[in-house]
Design a protein around this ligand. Sequence first.
Ligand code: NAP
Length: 676
Amino acid sequence: MKLKSYANGEWYKSSASGIVLRNAINGENVAEISSKGLDFESMLEYGRNIGGPALRKFTFHQRALMLKDLGKYLMDRKEIFYTLSAATGATRTDSWIDIEGGISTLFVFSGKGRREMPNSHVYVDGDQEVISRHGSFTAQHIYTPIRGVAVHINAFNFPCWGMLEKLAPTLLAGIPAIVKPASQTAYLTELMVKHIIESKILPEGSLQLISGSTGDLLNHLNFQDAVSFTGSASTGLKLKNTAAIVENSVRFFMEADSLNCSILGSDVEPGSDEFDLYIKELTREMTVKAGQKCTAIRRALVPAGRLDAVVEAMIAKLSKITIGDPVNESVRMGALAGLDQREDVLDQLSRLSQDNEVLYGNSGDIVLLDADVQKGAFMSPILMCASNPTTSNAHDIEAFGPISTLMPYSDETQAVELAALGKGSLVASVVSNNSEVATNLALGIAAYHGRVLILNSACAKESTGHGSPLPQLIHGGPGRAGGSEEMGGIRGVKHYMQRTAIQGSPDMLTAVTGSWLRGSSRNTDTIHPFQKHFDELEIGDSITTGKRAITLQDIEAFAELSGDKFYAHMDSEAAKRNPFFEDRVAHGYFLVSMAAGLFVWPEEGPVLANYGMDNLRFATPVYAGDVLQVQFTCKQKVNRETEDYGEVRWDTTIVNEQGEVVANYDVLTLVAKKAG
Ligand code: NAP
C-alpha cells in the first residue's frame, strides 16, 4: 500500500518508490511512503486562499461546533483506528491514549471555545485600557486569526493524538493546517485524515496531509504562517533555522526532547501510600508506549537513604511486566515503533552505560509472548542508577524507550539542582505528603518545567498521572524541551492569532470589537432593552433609570433581611473610626439589589434569567441621603448556536448625584431569540 497525501483538494499518490514502513510487532510491510511529485508551494497557496477564508467565515463558536462534530464522527469509528494502531507496537492502553485521548482534545477545545470565546470573529483580550484624561481616546487589545497556514510536523509516537492536539486549537483559531506526520507511523495518521476528509465536516482547504518528506515546503513560508514542530531537538533546530523561517519571522513552535524527572520526597517512607505511588508511576512511565513518550520519566530522583528500597520495589514491579504482541491481552508492554527506533535506543543505552549502572533489564534476551525478537522491535525495560548523579550523562541523553535512571540525592537543594540539569523539561512530578517538602521542590523546579504534578494519596485516585498532557493545561517546556507551549486551553488557540492593540475613540473601538466600551454612545430609545429579543438587541442599547434616595431605614431593613449587621452599617461611631467611611454605610449588596429594582422590566418578556455578575467593584461609599441611579447598557451578545436563547452581558454603572461611580459591574442574562 502506497500512502497518499491530501493536497489541493485531492488525494495524491506518488509514483516514485518510497520508504517501506514495517509492522513493529512482526516486521511485515505495512505501507510505502513518498511525497515526491507534490507541489508544496501550491499546497500553501491552497490553504491560504481556499482553507483560510472558508474557516474565517465561521465564528469561534461555529468552528468549536465543527470540532465537536468531528470528535463524534471519529469516536464512532474508533475501532478502525485501533486495528491499525496495533502495527505501531501499541497495546490497547497505548492506543487509547493516542486515539481516544486525541479525539477528546477536540471535545475539550470545542467546549472551551464555546464557553470562553465570543461567538464572533474577534477575541477581545483583557480590559479596555484608560489612556486619556477625558476618555475620548481609548485602547483595547484584540486577537484575530493570522492569514496563513499552520504547518504541523509531528513525531512518530502519537500518530493520532499528535495531529489532533494541534489541529483543535489551530482550527478553532480559524487557520488551515498542513499536517506532516513522522513517516514511521504515518499510515495511521493517513487513515484518520481519510475519515476526516470523508466526513466533510471541515471546509475544503482547512486540512491537507503530506505523507513523506516536506520537500521545499518550508522555503515558501511567510510571516503569516506558523510551524508547530514536535520531534528531536536536533531536527527542530535545523528546521527552525530554515532561511525563510528566520528571514520572515515565521512563528515556530518547538516541542522537543525532554529529560523529565520525578522526585520522591524525603518525607516518604517505604511501605507508605506515597512510596507505592512513586513505584507505580515510575513503572507506568517506563512501560506505557514502551517508554516512547515525550513526557516519560527519564530521571528518577530519590533520597539517598531510600535508594535500596526503591530499587527493590522497582525490580519486583518490572519483573512482572509481560512483553509481546499486544493482541495477547496479558501483554503489558508492546514494541518500539520500529527496528530503527530500537537501534537508536540501544545506541543511547550504550552511551548511558558509561556513566550509569544497569540494575534491571538487558539489551539482549527477553521472554516474549506471541512474538519473535528478531522480527519485532521489542526490548526489555531497563532501570539504571547514576554512579555520580551530578555528572551523569543521563541529564543529557534521551533514550526514547523504556529506560529510566535512578539518581540518589542528599537534600532538597540537591534535588532541585539535579532536576535543573535536564536544561528545561516538559514535566516533573513530586511525590510527597508533606506540604513543606512539596512546596520547596515544586517552586524550586517550576522555572525549569512547563508542568509540575504534585502527587500524594489525596489526589492519586483521580490523578491523570505524570505522563499525560491535558488539553486544558500547558504542554511544552523551556530550554531543551523546545521553549514553546501547546494546548493550555484557549492560550493554545492564541498561538495562531495575532494580538493587536487597537487605539481610537470609544465608538470606533466598540464597532471594531463588537463589544461596548466605556465612553461609547448609548442608544436610549423608548423601548426598554428587556423588552427586546436577543436578535433585536443591539450593542449600546441602554437605559438610564429613575432615581432612588437611600435612607437609614433601607440600611436597617437590609441588615434585618440579610442578617448582615457588620458594624460599619449599624453603628455610626464605629463606622467613623473606620478609615474608609464617614458614617453608617449602605451595604454594597443592597446597592446591587436596589439597582436591579431600578433597571429590570418586571413584566414577562424575552429576558429569561440572570445567571451571574462579573467584575463587581464598589467604588464610592453610599450614605443615607444619597440619591442613586443606574446606567444599564447592552455590552456584549453571545449567540448560543444550538439554543433558542443567547447570552447578553450588560454594563451596569450605579452613580450618585455628584456623578461619581458608586459601583460598576457586568450583569449576565439569558435572553430568548425571536420565535421563527
Ligand atoms: P524526529 O526524527 O526529529 O522527527 C520529527 C518530525 O520531523 C518527523 O515528522 C520527521 O519526518 C520530521 N523531519 C525530520 N527531518 C525533517 C526535515 N529535514 N524537514 C522536515 N521535516 C523533517 O523525531 P521523531 O523520531 O519522530 O520523534 C522522537 C522525538 O520526538 C523524541 O526526541 C521525543 O522526545 C520527541 N517528542 C517530543 C514531544 C513533545 O511534545 N515535546 C512529543 C513527542 C515526541 P520523517 O519521520 O518523515 O523523517
